[in-house]
Write a protein that binds this ligand. Sequence first.
Ligand SMILES: O=C(NCCCCCn1ccc2cnccc21)c1cc(-c2ccc(F)cc2)cc(O)c1O
Ligand SMILES: [Mg+2]
Length: 214
Amino acid sequence: TQSTRPQRLLSAVQKNATRGDPCSVVRAIDDFCRHKEWAMNVGDEKGCILDSVVSEMNPAAVLELGTYCGYSTVRIARLLPPDAKFITLEFNPGFAAIARQVIAWAGLEEKVQLVEGASGDWIPKIKEQFGIKTFDLVFLDHWKDRYLPDTKLMEECGLLRKGSVLLADNVICPGTPDYLEYIRSSPKYESRYFKSHLEYTKVEDGLEKSIFLG
Ligand SMILES: O=C(NCCCCCn1ccc2cnccc21)c1cc(-c2ccc(F)cc2)cc(O)c1O
Ligand SMILES: [Mg+2]
């Protein structure tokens, strides 16, 4: 039977990365996606911006919406303090199965809780299911038309506190126009756009960093 792109990406990790070495996993995925097959990881250029946001925050509780193959999951988890709580949500069971193996290859399975399901279903349950009060950082990288409804849902569910940071991928390509319009005009947020490029290409894209003001 034909392999899928995520399966070929995992094989490249198992072939070229060192078990327990997150940076070698990140490098192996970037090499595969740049030279073999493009895939929708946040990539190395936007990944460095992600790293700087995570490092400066030193977050105790992180939520990632959109795991895919676990590339950004590994980038984030490798920078977290030991007792941090990190939940990553993936809708597609095939992607989730690959991501679990990529995260394990990096030796980070203890630091990440991968949950399968839809954001709209899971966000209202996170507090009681995982004993989390609020998130310090949310990385939005899932369905682009869910960024806005899910941000409003996180507000309503009390998952954001004064100072919580939302970091959104793909605000230019594929684009999240309704989310950008809302977050940039809302008095509840202080937003900043980090201009970059769509992973592994010269096409413009960027990350929108928004601080919840409470
Ligand atoms: O579509 C993208 N990502 C989302 C994938 C599906 C997420 C599904 N999902 C996961 C958790 C979850 C929870 N609830 C509901 C749904 C959920 C994406 C696309 C591009 C892209 C593609 C083609 C092109 F020509 C240019 C750009 C680039 C990116 O960086 C991307 O991230
Ligand atoms: Mg993305």
